[in-house]
Design a binder for this molecule. Structure first.
Ligand code: EPU
Length: 328
């Protein structure tokens, strides 16, 4: 059977089990500790043939409780992320509007600490309920225990340990909107919305994303194929001397560069190799032109990494998780 993935590459899976509730997960893991857990497959590069048994997360359900002026919303790992964003906005709860239209399931959101337009999931997370495979128990992890950082978390640093069961987020009816990003400002003034509601902010984000990012249903992709590289102050200063126009943002004691700009300056925008192309409006994204395999994506990704390293001495890290044929 073929497994769906937003990259649109064929992935033959010999054995798959669908998890409709938490007990399904626990029972399956009790008898198979090598089981590979997959969600919406929007941030993975899958092999052509997966010889490992796959467990597909499909638990559903959203609930909410009021906590003072806030509301804590809990969504099962198999819910659609954008569906959850829409649901909360429909209820008048603010906090997720900047994270609208990100593909994938709720359970994947904490794994790479999804972030866009100035908001990271970490900022809204109240708790993550998981099944801890090492200790064979259910646990509720606090945001600190999740060890969130830029596009990473304890779930990414210990990929075989936790299965996310549900995610609790703290939202409000009256939060300060996050509108600093230049793209957001431009779109707001174009629409004449000076004091947008959370739903209007989501509308702005949706418009920007639709304009810049390819729809995976037409052009298979996993969003950003690379993370924005983080370099030391000293390395950033040396780079600034040589390339004064490089975009740089403070990142704790370090400096974050724009991978899109580095790739763009190497001349990759719109370039094609076989059935994979660098998206012309956002060179961080690689797209399937039809019939590409995981290997084609990895090959082009590697060529881009080498060209950026050669020109800027900066090492790009891949953003999606690469799964090998044995499920590792
Ligand atoms: N740039 C160029 N050429 C381009 C495009 C961008 O030089 O063709 C430069 C611009 O100077 C721009 C900078 O790159 O200022 C950064 O670009 P952008 O603001 O589009 O954001 P990004 O860093 O490329 C990140 C996330 C996106 C998220 C956006 C908006 C990562 C790896 N990517 O992209 O997340 O939507 O910010 O917040 O952090 C994803 O993770 O899949 C994803 C799409």
């Amino acid at each position: 059977m073929l497994t769906h993935n937003t990259l649109g590459v064929p992935c033959e899976v010999a054995d798959r089990v669908i998890f409709e509730n938490d007990d399904d997960v626990k029972r399956a893991l009790a008898t198979d500790d090598r089981l590979l857990i997959l969600g919406g497959c929007s941030n993975v590069v899958l092999p052509e043939c997966l010889n490992q048994r796959v467990g597909q997360i499909a638990m559903r359900g959203i609930s909410a409780i009021e906590v003072g002026d806030d509301v804590v919303v809990t969504a099962a790992a198999g819910e659609s992320w954008h569906g959850l964003v829409r649901y909360t906005l429909g209820k008048g709860w603010a906090g997720l509007e900047n994270l609208a239209l990100i593909p994938g399931q709720v359970g994947a959101a904490p794994i790479q600490n999804i972030g866009a337009y100035g908001v990271e999931l970490a900022r809204r997370t109240e708790a993550v309920r998981v099944f801890d495979r090492t200790r064979a128990i259910e646990r509720v992890l606090s945001p600190e225990e999740c060890e969130f950082s830029y596009r990473s978390s304890v779930f990414r640093s210990h990929p075989d340990r936790y299965v996310v069961l549900d995610l609790s987020l703290r939202l409000t009816c009256s939060s300060q909107p996050v509108l600093e990003y230049p793209d957001v400002q431009t779109e707001l003034s174009r629409l004449g919305w000076s004091q947008p509601t959370p739903s209007q902010v989501a509308e702005v984000i949706i418009r920007i994303r639709r304009r810049k990012l390819p729809d995976y249903r037409t052009w298979g992709n996993v969003g950003s194929f690379f993370k924005n590289p983080v370099v030391t102050q000293a390395a950033a200063e040396a780079l600034k001397q040589a390339h004064p126009k490089l975009v740089m943002h403070a990142h704790g004691a370090a400096v974050k560069l724009a991978a899109a700009q580095l790739i763009d300056l190497c001349g990759w925008k719109g370039r094609r190799e076989g059935a994979v192309s660098v998206w012309r409006r956002q060179p961080l994204v690689l797209v399937n032109l039809g019939g590409a395999s995981a290997r084609d994506f990895l090959r082009l990704g590697d060529t881009i990494r080498r060209s950026v390293a050669e020109r800027f001495q900066v090492s790009l890290e891949m953003e999606p998780t690469v799964v090998s044929a044995n499920g590792a």
